[in-house]
Ligand binder design. Structure first.
Ligand code: NAD
Length: 276
């Protein structure tokens, strides 16, 4: 059943590896697509979910890939993080990889004017959940990686360029990408690699919270080099590369998996017919 709904290549690239996947909310979550691919390559996975309300959705997914460890974890709550990592240590003893696929900003920050709509409390909440949590997770996970390991987080082009309505989340993603480099530098001597995947817009719960999220998908496709949507299989494949030994020399990197959207400066349709 590994990877139900997706066509994930099977193999042994993750055989013998144990890891933690954070951020599955439902079957559309990017974390789930990645987990399905890792499981299809033999990984043993512990899942965390945000709270009781999500357990109903996450449990059947976790069970479908034979996961034995499924624990609640709210990244804003130290006691919840302590309990989750204690359980993972108890069950697994060590970790080889971590997938951090967690972000949040209040809806009222994800529309209109960034300057006008950004409040201190909402800004700090977004930074706490979407940036600091990766630092905290990395610190805790590194202690369970005596033989080295690999971690990834999820980011978006709105970190590098302004995207309408992405606002606070764009600033958070810029912080997350910088944090990825600093964590990679600190953990490098321990042979722990740390990278970010910058995915194109995909239809998930998180995207639904962004005003004009559907437009981000449609325009992302129209302005992409490949003229297609970003696929879950493509994102999961990049995750497999980075989390397996195939990625052994790559750390501190932000890998774009967005059908080439990030490198287009001016789409043909806008260049044609202009004056001057
Ligand atoms: P999603 O809604 O399925 O996943 C977001 C996850 O964050 C959920 O599982 C949610 O429970 C978790 N979360 C939020 N607050 C939390 C908290 N306090 N404690 C623990 N978990 C918490 O949506 P997704 O699109 O799969 O998002 C996953 C990651 O991918 C996010 O970092 C998102 O910004 C990033 N991303 C998404 C897209 C896209 O278009 N969907 C593109 C690029 C990057």
């Amino acid at each position: 059943m590994a990877g139900e709904g997706f066509d994930m290549p099977k193999g042994d690239l993750m055989k013998g590896k144990k890891g933690l996947v954070m951020g599955v909310a439902n079957g559309n979550s990017i974390a789930w697509g990645i987990a399905a691919q890792l499981a299809a390559q033999g990984a043993e996975i512990a899942f965390t979910y945000q709270g009781e309300a999500l357990e109903r959705r996450v449990r059947p997914l976790a069970e479908s890939v034979g996961a034995s460890v499924l624990v609640p974890c709210d990244v804003t709550d130290d006691a919840s993080m302590d309990a989750a990592f204690a359980e993972i240590e108890k069950q697994f003893g060590k970790l080889d990889f971590v997938v951090h696929s967690v972000a949040f900003a209040n809806k009222n920050e994800l529309k209109g004017s960034f300057v006008e709509n950004t409040t201190r409390d909402s800004f700090l909440l977004a930074m706490n959940i979407s940036v600091f949590s990766f630092v905290d997770v990395a610190k805790r996970a590194a202690k369970l990686m005596p033989d080295g390991g690999s971690m990834i987080t999820m980011t978006y082009l709105g970190a590098e360029r302004t995207i309408p309505n992405y606002n606070t989340m764009g600033v958070a993603k810029a912080g997350l990408e910088a944090a990825t480099r600093y964590i990679a530098r600190d953990l490098g001597p321990s042979k722990i690699r740390v990278n970010a995947i910058s995915a194109g817009a995909m239809r998930t719960l998180a995207l639904a919270g962004i005003s004009g999220g559907r437009g981000m998908i449609a325009q992302g496709r129209a302005f992409s080099a490949l003229k297609e949507d970003t696929s879950m299989e493509g994102v999961a494949g990049a995750a497999l590369w980075l989390l397996s030994d195939l990625g052994r020399s790559t750390t501190g990197e932000v890998v774009h998996v967005d059908a080439g959207f990030h490198m287009i400066g001016l789409p043909e349709e806008l260049a044609e017919g202009g004056e001057g």
